[in-house]
Design a protein around this ligand. Structure first.
Ligand code: THU
Length: 139
């Protein structure tokens, strides 16, 4: 999708709505995300924490995993938006960047937002140049 055609405000609002579903009793840091598919579907995600901290799942991965579980495949996605209560647009963690690199095209836009009005337009490839890939990965 042409980045100029992206429903930026709608995606950021969806991510803000998803953030309200965060289960974050340990960090108290709520994050929301949404991934948009080529056929116009939107899959929301929020962070889901666990008393075993290493099991915490970020909002971005929740959204992407929900889309995969619903039948989407790599290449089906056109944009991802993420929002948190930060003073500047939130920056996705390294694990989420690696998962985006696996499932999304390098040129895919990633909208970084917060509860304020700033938006940073990134791309999957720009967020993680040189991501890890197996040479012969097949679906
Ligand atoms: N978190 C996300 O959901 N996305 C990010 O990009 C960064 C961090 C979550 C994980 C954890 O539940 C909380 O924020 C604090 O790290």
């Amino acid at each position: 999708m042409d980045p100029d055609q992206l429903p930026v405000d709608e995606l950021l609002q969806d991510a803000r709505d998803a953030r309200l579903h965060a289960y974050a009793p340990y960090s108290r840091f709520q994050v929301g995300a949404v991934v948009l598919t080529r056929d116009g579907r939107r899959f929301p995600g929020c962070n889901v924490e666990n008393a075993a901290y290493g099991l915490c799942n970020c909002a971005e991965r929740t959204a992407l995993f929900a889309a995969i579980a619903a039948g989407c495949r790599p290449g089906d996605f056109t944009a991802l938006a993420v929002v948190a209560d930060t003073s500047a647009p939130v920056s996705p963690c390294g694990a989420c960047r690696q998962v985006m690199a696996e499932l999304c095209d390098a040129a895919m836009p990633v909208l970084l937002g917060h509860l304020g009005h700033q938006v940073q337009h990134a791309t999957v490839g720009g967020l993680l140049p040189g991501s890890f890939r197996l040479p012969d990965a097949t679906e």
